[in-house]
Design a protein around this ligand. Sequence first.
Ligand SMILES: [Zn+2]
Length: 244
Amino acid sequence: MAADRPGKRRRKGSGTTGQGGEVVLRQRTDPRSERRFEPKASLELGLTMLGMSVAALLAGAGVYGQWFRGEDAGAHPAATYLLLGALLLGAAVGLFGQWSMKSLRVGDAGVGIESGPGEIERIGWHDVTGLLLTETALTVQGSGTAIAIPLRSHLPAAARVLAEARVRIPARAADIKEGALPPPDDAAGEVRSLEPPQVAGLRCKATDKLIAFEADARLCGRCGEHYHKEGVPQRCLTCEAPLR
Ligand SMILES: [Zn+2]
């Protein structure tokens, strides 16, 4: 217990705190931040868009040829094929096109994916059960959920996730080789501040005591694990960061 100072310490910036034995216990309202990463437009996305456009054109031409040529002309003989082609192409693009083009969040609140307008699915660092790196993606596994980060469109985000995981939850990232991904680029991703987390109603990780009031909550600044203020252990039970 080198850093046996009373109170808490904060550090601004990317949020990779808790190195070198520094006490990382935080209040719920202490500032937290994360980075938002937009996907890199890729060839796959371009092809997906092109495929959809062509499918729409075929469908339009097919519909016209089949039903809108006027009474006397009747259906154009090619119309059925146009419609069929549109259907097949649309289905193929839907199946194989690259649609995982969502923005990602990486920071104090863990890893998040923008699943809809104003909707972010998050896996807190303390909820991460494993990290899996393949040729194409870094997958963050939680209990009953996972976020796959495609390396092709989201390499800067994947690099940051891995770097933060090595600091915040080193045991979970131990299986991934050093240097498997490039080091994180501090210029990548837009830094945003986070709202205080909702912790009332949760239970203390150490004592199982109900955290009835937000003010009773204490957070591990490294992995985000939550504790009742009366049950804070010497070290975080999840990531072993010194808390006292
Ligand atoms: Zn922790």
